[in-house]
Write a protein that binds this ligand. Sequence first.
Ligand code: HEC
Length: 158
Amino acid sequence: MFYIYSTCRNSRSYLLQIRTDCSRATRIPLQYPGRKDQQKYQQRTIMATFADAPPGDLAAGEKIFKTKCAQCHTVEKGGPNNQGPNLGGIFGRTSGTVAGFSYSKANKEMAVEWGENTLYDYLLNPKKYIPGTKMVFAGLKKPEDRANLIAYLKKASA
Ligand code: HEC
């Protein structure tokens, strides 16, 4: 398959968008038929990794944490475990290792090292990333939401 590189989603004709002034390159297949399909395609594959995601916004990330995570998690270092484990010091930590928290077998056995990349993938769909996890959370589908949240987590959990 052939690709052109573009980031400018709103241009009328994306087939002609070969631009160099966009900060973040994304791949769009040349033979793509229509705008609707293009959007679907982007949702699936573009910004599929943390490296492709937009830079995180701390304030927006804090808001997401407060509304979607804080009912189960504390984030400051040394904070208490709640329904979910304390997330203090999460960056660089192996999954399932907070003392005093009773994890599922699945979470412990995953033994993934939490960092930007792994959190970005996990938070898209926790149940898919760790089948059998007991974390009840549907996931954050928008790449920017995950990038914002990760920016906040990085600061708040340090
Ligand atoms: C309804 C409660 C709940 C919500 C909401 C929730 N979590 Fe969790 N979370 C849990 C539980 C319970 C676990 C432990 C899962 C297991 O043992 O399988 C967990 C585990 C985790 C882990 C793995 C921790 C480790 O030490 O391995 C991370 C990271 C995490 N959650 C982040 C988040 C973030 C970020 C959000 C918000 C987007 C969130 N969670 C929302 C309950 C929740």
